[in-house]
Design a protein around this ligand. Structure first.
Ligand code: PLP
Length: 459
């Protein structure tokens, strides 16, 4: 029961917002979101918006499901928390682990629960290093990531992240064992690769990867980490065959492939996990979070292969003592929420729906290509990036000072639509329950917002 002014003041004075420029924020304050239902969110002024970013790539089953509230409340009343360290466990944690093992591809059968994506990335790296220590490969520590990748905000995950803007004010603690190679990005191919075909570009990137391994020494490289489609980097789609080619190189040099599926898992690309079914590649570790519980309660997990588990759990090799764990690893309320989330996805055939409405979204957004600043739309299913350019015949980018995507975002927001501006790209990742009519609404609102933005720029 606080007034809008009181809320604004408390927020401004005390709430440190993630990834927010405090200098401008102090002037503007924030919009308070107070209600959410289905595809929509509402702020404290009563204005409602179509949420085309699912909170932050996560509310996959849509907002405000009563069934989720009931499950969460039931679990709180039964047993809200007890630690799973040592020999105690809880029912939702065990059942969810078995379910994840069933859904994850191949022999990914062991689950380490975390509090979200960043902690799952850190967990995976610790596991990889531990795995190599136990195998007597103590120098095999180097991690290869990619420019423009996003892997999180804990210290190791943010070092592994390749988006330049996420790394200001960050000391490079792990410089000695973290490396970056090129992003797999068809739209912004580097000099020398502009005219390559998809297959040639895949080879170009694979060669760069292999050369880096050789340069670092194959006995020093532990893992390659990659998002199937880069999300926060601007929805960057790799050329065909890329993940398989990188995986083959990993196998050649005894390097583990970590697929960061924080965004791409739990339906966004039409399956529970995308690595195998969409990209034809069997990773050694999958990182998941976000859609696993549709954001109703925080949860993440690193799902690892039997092959890794057999080594790290074998007392004969010195394995067995995994000296890590979060208080909330396998939190019963979060796991119960995740189980209900998966049950809803299965019962409502949400993956089939994504396979139908996803291609429709990708197709409809291309109808904006007549707009003078349309650069490229890319993505897959319900993960989409629309890049705006200053000149659509040369694809000359807008200078960052123009803030082109933020301008379009503002016009969309005024018109009751939430999109996400990332650099010069408008990102869409709506709840998976989106209808075709809502796709049409999104596309026409973006058209109008781009037209208004072009008028602003002309004046
Ligand atoms: N990995 C990817 C691909 C992500 O997109 C994110 C978050 O956006 C993370 C890791 C970090 O997850 P969290 O914010 O839950 O720590």
């Amino acid at each position: 029961n606080y007034s809008a002014e009181q809320l604004w003041q408390m927020d401004k004075d005390h709430f440190i917002h993630p990834y927010t420029d405090f200098t401008t924020f102090a002037e503007e304050g924030s919009q308070v979101i107070s209600q959410a239902d289905g595809m929509h969110i509402t702020d404290t002024t009563g204005k409602s918006y179509l949420d085309a970013i699912a909170g932050l790539w996560c509310v996959n089953i849509g907002h405000g499901r009563k069934e989720m509230a009931e499950t969460i409340s039931e679990q709180v009343l039964n047993m809200q928390y007890y630690n799973p360290f040592g020999h105690s466990t809880n029912e939702p944690g065990s059942v969810l682990a078995a379910k994840l093992a069933e859904l994850a591809p191949g022999d990914l059968n062991k689950v380490f629960y975390t509090c979200g994506g960043s902690t799952a990335v850190d967990t995976a790296i610790r596991l990889v290093h531990y795995y190599n220590n136990i195998r007597g490969k103590n120098n095999k520590k180097q991690i290869i990531s990619r420019n423009n990748a996003y892997h999180g905000s804990t210290y190791v995950a943010s070092n592994i992240t390749g988006i330049h803007g996420c790394k200001s004010n960050l000391d490079r603690i792990a410089d000695s064992w973290i490396n970056h190679i090129s992003a797999a990005d068809m739209f912004h191919r580097p000099k020398g690769a502009e005219n390559l075909s998809e297959a040639e570009y895949t080879q170009f990137l694979a060669d760069e990867f292999e050369n880096r391994i050789v340069q670092l020494g194959e006995n020093n490289v532990a893992a390659f980490i990659a998002e199937p489609i880069m999300g926060a980097g601007g929805v960057l789609v790799a050329p065909a065959g890329y993940h398989q080619a990188m995986h083959a190189i990993c196998q050649k040099y005894d390097i583990l492939y970590i697929a960061d599926e924080v965004v791409t898992s739990f339906g966004r690309l039409g399956d529970f996990f995308a690595s195998k079914s969409v990209f034809g590649m069997q990773p050694d570790i999958i990182i998941t979070a976000k859609g696993i519980s549709s954001g109703y309660i925080p949860l993440g997990a690193a799902i690892i292969s039997d092959r890794i588990w057999d080594v790290v759990s074998d007392p004969k090799t010195g394995g067995g003592a995994l000296t890590m764990g979060y208080t909330y690893s396998g939190h019963p309320v979060a796991c119960a929420a995740a189980l209900k989330n998966i049950e809803i996805m299965e019962r409502e055939n949400i993956l089939d729906h994504v396979k139908e409405v996803g291609p429709y979204l990708q197709e409809q957004i291309k109808t904006l290509s007549d707009l003078a600043i349309f650069g490229e739309s890319r993505g897959s299913h319900l993960m989409l990036g629309l890049e705006l350019v200053a000149n659509s015949s040369t694809n000359e980018p807008f200078p960052s000072e123009v803030g082109i995507a933020s301008r379009v975002f503002e016009h969309c927001r005024n018109a009751g639509l939430i999109v996400r501006p990332v650099g010069n790209t408008i990102v869409l990742s709506p709840p998976l329950i989106i209808s075709k009519a809502q796709v049409d609404q999104i596309v026409s609102t973006i058209r109008e917002a781009i037209n208004l933005t072009m008028l602003d720029l002309a004046n």
